[in-house]
Design a protein around this ligand. Structure first.
Ligand code: SDX
Length: 431
């Protein structure tokens, strides 16, 4: 932990309190309020944590005003163009880009953990066929602690490492199984001769009845989508994983909590909601109607895929995905996909509308990802599971960082209480 660099002074009711401040390597300075309640008998108040740093971290940095995203200092657009998902996983987990030998060893370890315990197949069969794949993933990932109890002790560094590799390796298999189960097709085992993204496509789209060759263009597009969703600082699902595991809960249970949080349409569920919105808009001429609804305070409708708690500029991941959408759809011969036309016109209209300009609402990572995933053959119900399998490495990296921090404490926020003060019980006949 860094040392304080200056002091903030808080004064109220004729009293003054000095609070240490820390200077980051990048981003806003922070005021350390850990001793505030003990010194001043007051809490700070920040529902939604809009101005609260819940931890210190060295993994991912976001500059929302400039639209910058760095993983261990490397810009996301460079990683998307020059790296690949498993190399980014290594970077997030261990802090540096791997040497060729380190990368080969890491890829070999992940590849040889992609199968799941055969009994887990039965676990899927307890779900209704029409269960949303996210419901299945929450359940099955949570159940991993029952199958992999030998890597559930968070106090054992070796078990933490094994759990990390198992989760990165098995999430694609579980996501593919959730998909196959939802469409009534047999599970497809992973193949060690395929790379990570190709293996996932193979487990999703191959069937025993015929040979399936993974299209390298789709594999590259899939890998890029996974790279772009890998980690994103202290977002809601990452904060959920940190809070869940701060109690000492095993990593599988904590990651299941992260998947549950990601499912919400305000977070990772936005990619599914965004594509459903584009489909509901249908044609470019209906865009003004939906823009008006998004601006109407009496209408709960929001433009899915727009806006962000941190980015007040275009999400750099959306820029990469927009180019990727053009490339993938053209290569697939569906460049005139009406949804892509609607998306591009919607983006143009919104970015020139005073409401969106004033509120700094730009396309986020979920705006274009769904268009690419649909063009690749995935149903909308699989968009958030793909986000979850990609983000697992980010959740695990943040979890490892927190567990290894000697300052780690169980997360336990306080409240501004506005309820009834103490009063005596009233018997029912007297109410
Ligand atoms: C992800 O945190 C992360 O890093 C998340 C993520 C990651 O990688 O982990 O980046 C992934 O979750 C991306 C976000 C995906 N969600 C969506 O696309 C859903 C649509 N977006 C919104 O629901 C909203 O923008 C949020 C939830 C993303 C952010 O909301 P905030 O920061 O709480 O902002 P807010 O709701 O207070 O909105 C500020 C103003 C409001 O108007 P006023 O009350 O000030 O008048 O902007 C308006 C909102 O009504 N607004 C929108 C809008 N988003 C915000 N109006 C229309 N359409 C929108 N999409």
């Amino acid at each position: 932990m860094t040392e304080p660099t200056k002091t903030a002074t808080l004064s109220f009711d004729g009293k003054t309190f000095d609070l240490p401040m820390f200077t980051p390597t990048a981003g806003p300075e922070v005021i350390d309020i850990r001793k505030l309640y003990g010194q001043a008998g007051v809490f700070t108040y920040d529902p939604g944590f809009t101005s609260t740093a819940a931890c210190d971290s060295t993994i991912t940095y976001i500059d929302g005003d400039e639209g910058i995203l760095l993983h261990r200092g490397y810009p996301i657009d460079q990683l998307a163009a020059k790296s690949h998902y498993l190399e980014v996983c290594y970077l997030l987990l261990y802090g540096e880009l791997p040497t060729a030998t380190q990368l080969e060893d890491f890829e070999t370890r992940v590849t040889h953990h992609t199968m799941v315990h055969e009994q887990m197949h039965n676990f899927f069969r307890g779900f209704r066929r029409d269960a949303h794949p996210m419901a299945t993933m929450v359940g099955v990932v949570g159940a991993m602690s029952a199958f992999y109890a030998d890597s559930a002790d968070v106090n054992d560094p070796w078990q933490r490492e094994v759990a990390s590799i198992r989760l990165v390796a098995k999430l694609p298999t579980i996501a593919a199984m959730a998909y196959k189960y939802s469409i009534g097709q047999p599970f497809v085992y992973p193949r060690n001769d395929l790379d990570y993204a190709a293996n996932f496509l193979h487990m999703c789209f191959s069937v025993p009845a015929e040979k399936y060759e993974v299209d390298p263009i789709l594999a590259r597009a899939m890998d890029r989508i996974l790279t772009l969703h890998a980690d994103h600082e202290q977002n809601a699902s990452t904060s959920t994983v940190r809070l869940a595991s701060s109690s000492g809960a095993n990593p599988f249970a904590s990651i299941a909590a992260g998947i549950a949080c990601l499912w919400g349409p305000a977070h990772g569920g936005a990619n599914q909601a965004c594509l459903e919105m584009l489909r509901e808009i249908g044609t470019v001429d209906r865009i003004p109607e939906f823009i008006a609804r998004a601006k109407d305070k009496n209408d709960p409708f929001r433009l899915m895929g727009f806006g962000h708690r941190v980015y007040k500029n275009t999400d750099p991941r959306a820029k990469v995905l927009k180019n990727s959408a053009d490339e993938v759809l053209e290569l697939l011969g569906v460049q005139d996909n009406p949804l892509l036309q609607v998306a591009k016109e919607l983006e143009h209209v919104a970015l020139n509308d005073p409401y969106f300009i004033e509120k700094k609402l730009f396309p986020n990572v979920d705006f274009y990802s769904g268009i690419i995933l649909e063009a690749m053959g995935f149903p909308t119900s699989m968009f958030t599971p793909i986000f979850a399998l990609s983000r697992t490495v980010g959740w695990i990296s943040q979890w490892k960082e927190m567990i290894a921090d000697p300052q780690m404490k169980i997360g336990r926020p306080r409240q501004l209480y506005l309820g009834a003060t103490a009063r005596d019980y009233v018997d029912v006949e007297n109410r």
